[in-house]
Design a protein around this ligand. Sequence first.
Ligand SMILES: CC(C)CCNC(=O)Cn1cc(-c2ccc3c(-c4nc5ccccc5[nH]4)n[nH]c3c2)cn1
Length: 265
Amino acid sequence: FHLGMFEIGRPLGKGKFGRVYLARERSSSFICALKVLYKSELQHGSGVEKQVRREIEIQSNLRHPNILKLYGHFHDSKRIFLILEFAGKGELYKHLRREERFPEWKAAQYIAQMASALRYLHRKHVIHRDIKPENILMGIHGEIKISDFGWSVHAPNNRRATLCGTLDYLPPEMIGSGSRNNYYNEKVDLWSLGVLTYEFLVGEAPFEDTPIMTQKRIARADMTIPEWVSKEAKDLIKKLLVLDPEKRLPLEEVQSHPWIVKHCV
Ligand SMILES: CC(C)CCNC(=O)Cn1cc(-c2ccc3c(-c4nc5ccccc5[nH]4)n[nH]c3c2)cn1
């Protein structure tokens, strides 16, 4: 079907909150991914509508090769349309599952691109908070594109995130229970970057277990890295999966880490 200026193609998958279609803008033949959100599904006056508005606000102002672009948005009486960058090679986690795990040179390149994108976000005081393979797309040249800023907020923040989906990527300070003030900052993304590095190399998350056990293992940073992982990669993972957020390796030092430098000349 077509929507005025867009010809709509095949569905690209069900993102959170809505469906995404391949689309071409008529006059320019520009290819994009058009996401359709039904206003009826965003209960009026609830947090979701505000969250979508915040995501649009945040993502519209971001310009980085490893961050999926939101070109614009418009709406009709029933729907909100988001004009998103089309990522030619689709969802990264599908590649990860198909290949089981990535060779060290490929994992290092992806982590270097993630570190570059996160430095850019943190300079704008944006915390992603939901770094995981499912939220990463791949461009036509194999470059990665962080998408889905559903959980991004302006740092610092102590919002209790009511979380669905996997706990695997959550840092200890975000699963802290009870009244302990769960004050956290952008260092949560460093923890998730460590989890991502581990999953790229091993093919599963470091604390993968039953939900209760996962929380216990995260709280103790209780993980084992297989001996076949290189010592440089082990070193980087250990410097990111540190309980104390302030002691996690800063992004600048991730980018200059021997494991990254060795593979990203
Ligand atoms: C409220 C708003 C600002 C949210 C903005 N963020 C999102 O909508 C997050 N999101 C991105 C997508 C998405 C999903 C798939 C694609 C694709 C894509 N390319 C593909 C190539 C081959 C197979 C599948 C593909 N999907 N390109 N761009 C996409 C974008 C879905 N949700």
